[in-house]
Design a protein around this ligand. Structure first.
Ligand SMILES: Cc1cc2nc3c(=O)[nH]c(=O)nc-3n(C[C@H](O)[C@H](O)[C@H](O)COP(=O)(O)OP(=O)(O)OC[C@H]3O[C@@H](n4cnc5c(N)ncnc54)[C@H](O)[C@@H]3O)c2cc1C
Length: 513
């Protein structure tokens, strides 16, 4: 690894970075000043390599390409033959207003100083050291591509939420793999339960509970829609370890669910009351922290909107009522053992500690409940996959860094190696948070250029990518695939009808991948 110990001295400090986020600076009066302040000005030419074409990669590329005299070139590599990362494969197919963001990203690709190289996996097809040698800087924007484990007996019986999400988003070459891997019959499903209650879990609930008609404007592939909407899914339960105040979903997500006319939402009265301990009430008191107002708004919304179930008999009665669809929000349950595909044993949990530092504990391990469901999904978060030659923090599952500068195993800054997005800060936060975080990394790169710490490079692409022993997908290639997907979609009234097989891409772009 090429190291630059002196680089640390030139790192802008946090206060320096945060000045660009103050509300004053967002005043249009200052806009031009800020644009100029943030623009790279250099007579030297630099070429950067960005690994990953999701939001983090794009926002960093966009900032770099705004350099004053076009002295910066950017190559964006992605293991997938298409760009956009989770915008294409993660964001739910019915959230088209969010998916539209890909058209902004296309503007970056169209910049003559930006090149896309899809179908190139760093760590396999090309090594990080080669990139570091040939480029002025390498930016790791490869996200968090693996699902976390819960670490309980029988976990292999659970179906991964990521598998379902990849499938309903039409991830390339995934359709058959998924159909072959599942050991349940989709058409037999009536009630589904999810371990976890983040926004991904609410996405799953919404996709399962919406009718085919409600999904008609989505870009869910037609073969998936035919299978997914065959069963009459009657209820979805989201099961969480902590209380209602600590729910991980945002108000926006549950509000969207509550607006669907066929759905009623339910809470257990007992779990709601248990949630109202002193520390949690303080966490929701406006002014007590930056999160308090949001916690208060979400909890008040849930208390008012959900029907409160008195007891288990009441629950059974509602569950068997087929007049409407249900979303059950369950709290204070920690999975201890997966008994079989349909049954999980849970420990009852308690919250302990002061506000904002509350821990979830199991005080009576012998107190257990078994919950049953036609299908159990695991949605407990993601982790970054280690890349050969890149430092990795196995505790946080991220690339160790200081404001986006990658740190070696002994804590030194590695010259020219940067990280942004989920690989940098972990798999939390929406695209807006990824934008801000990528900007922080960009600011550090700019600072390093200003201080003349990076090497000028002009023929990086030729030296590295043209020697690859496989075909890559350029943006021109991808634009052809996108054109045909859009045309197929128009014919059936959808935003696009995705191709599901690499073979389709190959036929369109005329090369073997
Ligand atoms: C299911 C789900 C739904 C979501 N829905 C929303 C939503 O509705 N709204 C919202 O604002 N946010 C949403 N998010 C969050 C949002 O997707 C993330 O904030 C954002 O995608 C993180 O961006 P990223 O660029 O760090 O990672 P990613 O988007 O994951 O991009 C990483 C890219 O790196 C590539 N890559 C990985 N390894 C390699 C390698 N070795 N070589 C080359 N390329 C590689 C991948 O193919 C991928 O294209 C959702 C997240 C998930 C998981």
């Amino acid at each position: 690894m090429i190291r630059g110990p002196s680089a640390r001295a030139f790192l802008p400090n946090r206060a320096f970075c945060s000045q660009f986020y103050t509300s004053d600076n967002y005043n249009p009066k200052f806009k031009d000043d800020i644009r100029k302040k943030n623009q790279i000005r250099s007579d030297r030419e630099y070429t950067f390599c960005i690994i990953g074409s999701g939001p983090a990669g794009f926002y960093t590329a966009k900032s770099l390409l705004k350099s004053e005299n076009g002295s910066i070139k950017v190559d964006i590599l992605d293991s997938s033959p298409h760009p956009y990362g989770l915008v294409r494969n993660g964001v739910a197919p019915d959230h088209q207003s969010m998916k539209k963001i890909q058209y902004d990203y296309d503007e970056v690709f169209k910049n003559k100083n930006c090149q896309f190289y899809g179908n190139v996996t760093v760590g396999e097809d090309i090594q990080i050291l080669d990139l570091l040698r040939n480029y002025s800087g390498v930016i790791l924007a490869y996200g968090a591509g693996a699902e976390r484990d819960i670490g309980i007996e029988g976990e292999h019986h659970l179906t991964s939420a990521t598998d379902i999400i990849n499938w309903y988003n039409g991830k390339l070459d995934y359709f058959q793999e998924f159909q072959d891997s599942i050991n349940f019959d989709m058409k037999d499903l009536r009630d589904i339960s999810v371990i976890g209650n983040g926004n991904v879990a609410t996405d799953l609930a919404r996709i399962f509970l919406k009718t085919k008609e409600e999904l008609k404007d989505s870009d869910m592939p037609s073969p998936v829609m035919d299978i997914l909407k065959e069963p009459e899914i009657n209820s979805v339960s989201l099961v969480a370890r902590r209380g209602i105040y600590q729910s991980a979903f945002t108000t926006k997500e549950v509000r969207e669910l509550s607006k669907l006319p066929q759905i009623k939402m339910y809470l257990f009265k007992e779990e709601l009351e248990k949630s109202r301990n002193e520390a949690s009430l303080l966490e929701a008191t406006p002014g007590s922290s930056i999160y308090a107002r949001a916690i208060n708004r979400r909890t008040t919304f849930l208390e008012k909107t959900c029907i409160h179930l008195e007891n288990n008999d009441h629950y059974e009665e509602v569950l068997n009522d087929s007049s409407h669809k249900k979303l059950f929000l369950r709290y204070f349950m920690s999975p201890s053992k997966v008994l079989d595909q349909n049954s999980i044993e849970f420990n009852i949990t308690e919250l302990e500690g002061e506000a904002e530092k509350q821990r979830c504990v199991v005080k009576s391990p012998e107190e257990r409940v078994t919950l049953k469901s036609d299908l159990w999904l695991k949605s407990v978060g993601y982790k970054t996959i280690p890349m050969p030659g890149v430092p990795y923090d196995a505790d946080t599952f991220t690339v160790p860094n200081e404001m986006g500068c990658v740190l070696s195993d002994n804590g030194e800054i590695i010259k020219g190696l940067y990280v942004c997005g989920w690989a940098k800060r972990g798999p939390v936060g929406i695209i807006d948070a990824t934008l801000r975080d990528s900007f922080e990394t960009y600011r550090v790169i700019k600072n390093h250029i200003d201080q003349d710490l990076l090497d000028s490079r002009i023929d990086s692409t030729k030296k590295t990518l043209y020697n690859l022993e496989k075909s890559f997908v350029t943006y021109r290639d991808w634009a052809k695939v996108m054109y045909y997907e859009d045309e197929r979609g128009k014919k059936i009234g959808k935003p696009r009808e995705k191709y599901l097989w690499t073979e389709d891409y190959e036929n369109i772009i005329g090369k073997a991948l």
